[in-house]
Design a protein around this ligand. Structure first.
Ligand SMILES: [Fe+2]
Length: 402
């Protein structure tokens, strides 16, 4: 961990648009809150306006997105010094870049001169150069050159440095935080890391990516990802066959910022759990008897990934506003598997399988998004199979409704 972001105001008052800061305060009625925070057996969902109201989103932006650890990249996206990927954390452009010292930093991707965003996309560079007036920065964010600034009085290049966000790596994922005092994440994820150890997530690399524009609230995607109850609905011909809803269970997270949904495989160890993905060799650390199991993980708020005996998928959630996100589904494989020409040739088929599954989920994101805007929509009762949604809601209430 390094750096902090003292320029980010937390807790001051203002109009509730995503770009401004609002006072945190109760946003649920006492009754609504009780329905969410009671035990799972009696619990209900968040109220509809928790999804649809821009004022609630302003609270989320402040209390969650500008405070908590947000996963923005994979370590394997920046393997060598100078490798970078530009990401947006809401309205803050960020460069995730590996420095000459080998460590990964997250720098404000905004020029100190006239606020021009510096780089976009991904690449590798010796210097971070602003395209506007050619100010250049070292890989650690220190200003290196500022052309034609010799006559600017009291301008000291040595004192100029791109603001830095805190960075933490966990299981190959890169988290950043704009909060000045975000507590280290890894100690709070230890029970989860133990359960994930056989999958060797830190070693996996991105082998393929599919992108979806998703015009609905981010929590709908998170909730859909974290319950297998709906396997009996949109996935009745796919996951319900391979990983039935009634076999699924959610691990007790003991109040930690994570959920783990286990979906045991219905088929024997020699049977593929999904025809489109069955040609891949097994992950080396996974018990062959457990190859068909599917595990879905959420590290709150938005890191979503799933693992099976052969692969992992990272659902990269880039939240833009209360009503829109970009979803990138990344296929993660062991490096030697990803480099195998046979696997490369199979990627279109694998991509088709991943797209098919998400295609089954799109209508059950779009539908509730429309339904939550209905005047007669209200909090709905949760199923015991939706324990991970209950867990997430406790986190959400603790963060946002205070
Ligand atoms: Fe689904």
């Amino acid at each position: 961990m390094s750096g902090h972001a003292p320029w980010i105001p937390i807790g001051s008052s203002g109009r509730s648009t995503p770009g401004t800061v609002v006072t945190a305060g109760p946003i649920l009625t006492a009754t609504e809150r009780d329905r969410v925070t009671t035990g799972l057996a009696h619990a209900s969902t968040l109220p509809p306006r928790a999804y649809t109201d821009p004022e609630v989103w302003a609270h989320e932006a402040t209390a969650i997105f500008r405070h908590d650890w947000m996963c923005v990249a994979r370590v394997d996206q920046v393997p060598r010094p100078g490798d970078y990927v530009a990401v947006d954390l809401l309205d803050q452009p960020v460069i995730v870049i590996r420095g000459d010292d080998g460590s990964i930093r997250a720098l404000s991707n905004v020029c100190l001169h006239r606020a021009m965003p510096l780089v976009s996309g991904a690449g590798s560079t010796r210097w971070i150069v602003c395209p506007y007036h050619r100010w250049s920065y070292a890989r650690d964010g220190a200003l290196h050159t500022a052309p034609l600034m010799d006559e600017a009085a009291d301008f000291d290049i040595e004192q100029c440095r791109l603001p830095q966000l805190a960075v933490e790596e966990w299981q190959g994922f890169v988290f950043v935080s704009m909060g000045a005092q975000a507590a280290p994440l890894a100690p709070r994820l230890e029970p989860l890391a133990e359960r994930l150890a056989p999958y060797g997530l830190a070693n996996l690399v991105i082998a393929d990516t599919i992108e979806f524009d998703s015009p609905w609230n981010w929590k709908l995607l998170v909730e859909n990802f974290m319950e297998a109850y709906h396997h009996i609905g949109p996935h009745r011909d796919t996951f319900q066959v391979s990983n039935p809803a009634t076999d699924s269970f959610v691990v007790d997270n003991e109040g930690g910022p994570w959920s783990l949904l286990y979906m045991p495989g219905a088929t024997g160890p020699d049977e593929p759990h999904d025809g489109s993905l069955s040609d891949l060799p097994p992950l080396s650390g996974v018990d062959p008897d457990r190859r068909a199991d599917l595990l879905a993980v959420c590290v709150y708020p938005t890191l979503l990934f799933a693992v099976t005996g052969t692969l992992a998928t990272w659902y990269e959630v880039v939240v833009h506003s209360h009503d829109r996100l970009t979803l990138r589904i990344h296929l993660l494989l062991e490096p030697e598997v990803a480099a195998d020409p046979g696997v490369a040739a199979a990627l279109p088929t694998i991509r088709e399988g991943l797209s098919w599954i998400h295609g089954e989920d799109i209508p059950v994101n779009e539908g509730p998004w429309r339904g939550l805007h209905a005047p007669l929509a209200a909090q709905g009762r949760l199923s015991p199979y939706e324990a991970a949604i209950w867990q997430f809601n406790q986190y959400w209430v603790a963060r946002v409704d205070r």
